[in-house]
Write a protein that binds this ligand. Structure first.
Ligand SMILES: [Zn+2]
Length: 367
């Protein structure tokens, strides 16, 4: 079957451009798919029956369905009421997000019937998640409650406990899928601020739908919080603020403020303007956090280390100059050095918002 891209192919079918030419057609749904999306659809044969676009055995009925539905019409039908806060995955997102999007859209038809959106739209959600313990790294079942009315996500250590073990304010909450780091296909990292320091918890649910529903419930709560905090802001202004992925993570070596302490290998996370380092990637809180401002405010990133530097093992240095001090890092490979510098440059080249000056001031007053 031949198709004309201008007519039949909607690049936003599974939200975000398909990552290749649409070589596949779902005969049951009547849509064109790229290679990446076709792999997802192939694992859901009860929803989607695939055929190569170039397959010579197309029969008239199939051709009629595809030409009569097509991607634009399918989108209008299956995505008629996607909530503004609902996360639309990209081709580069993890498997659970992409698979649950296809299932939500076609299998459960959640975006055709608003009553099916209750698990993430109600403003309240409770249930059990496997949470990684701080001390031994074991995952234990914990009760979680997300309440927009209380403005918080809470979890409880004991079934009958009255007081939550942690109260995470919706205002500073973030959630990002981290299957590789957590070692579970549904692994979710939740961060929040406590006394202006970042805290991490790591959770998962065996059921992909449950985990993605939690993720979207958190996004809904953040959306409604921001609607109140920024009245008059458009949905498009608010949506990027709901959850964020880290700009970069990985190991680097670092030394202390005197630069003579010797270099130690640490796990680094660049979360917007916060550079955090951890002894272990799954630590509950960072050993240190560094604020990375903008070049207008005297923050600079350069490759290499000052000539007198000693005690590093990795050869690819990075120097970050802040108004307070110089930070020296070393990367294992040139590629890592390049990626880290690119991540730092992105924030250094971006002018600071008024709120970010307040965050910077908090960092300066830290002991
Ligand atoms: Zn695609």
């Amino acid at each position: 079957m031949r198709h004309n891209c201008k007519q039949g192919y909607d690049p936003l079918l599974d939200s975000g451009p398909h990552d290749s030419e649409p070589d596949w057609v779902s005969c049951t749904l009547g849509v064109f798919l790229c290679q990446g999306c076709s792999l997802l659809h192939r694992s859901l044969p009860h929803i989607s029956r695939l055929k190569a676009a170039r397959d010579p055995s197309w029969d008239t009925a199939d051709v009629e369905l595809v030409t009569s539905v097509g991607n634009v019409a399918a989108k209008a039908k299956y995505e008629q009421s996607v909530p503004a806060f609902y996360y639309r995955p990209k081709h580069t997102d993890c498997r659970v997000l992409r698979e649950q999007w296809v299932r939500a859209k076609y299998e459960r038809q959640e975006f055709m019937y608003i009553e099916k959106q209750e698990p993430y739209s109600a403003g309240y959600r409770e249930g059990y998640l496997w949470k990684r313990g701080r001390d031994n790294g074991q995952f234990l079942s914990r009760k979680f409650i997300l309440s927009e009315r209380e403005g918080a996500l809470k979890y409880y250590n004991k079934q009958d406990a009255k007081d939550p073990k942690a109260v995470m304010k919706i205002e500073t909450l973030n959630a990002t899928f981290q299957p590789a780091k957590i070692g579970n296909p549904c692994g979710l990292q939740i961060t929040y601020l406590k006394d202006n320091s970042t805290r991490n918890i790591f959770v998962y649910h065996e059921d992909g739908k449950e985990m993605v529903d939690w993720f979207n419930a958190i996004r809904a709560a953040r959306f409604h919080y921001h609607q109140v905090a920024f009245p008059g802001a458009s949905d498009n202004d608010l949506i990027p603020k709901l959850t964020r992925n880290f700009m970069k993570e990985g190991y680097m070596e670092k030394t202390g403020p005197r630069h003579t302490e010797g270099f130690k290998k640490r796990w680094f996370t660049m979360d917007d303007r916060r550079l955090m380092y951890f002894k272990d990637p799954l630590d509950a809180y960072a050993r240190g956090e560094v604020f990375i401002g903008s070049k207008e405010n005297s923050y600079t990133v350069m490759p290499g280390l000052p000539p007198s530097t000693q005690g590093y093992h990795w050869q690819h240095g990075i120097t970050i100059v802040t108004p307070d001090r110089k930070f020296l890092f070393a990367c294992e490979t040139e590629a890592e050095q390049r990626d880290w510098i690119a991540a730092f440059q992105r924030v250094v080249n971006r002018p600071m918002h008024p709120q970010e000056y307040a965050v910077e001031a908090h960092f300066k007053h830290k002991p």
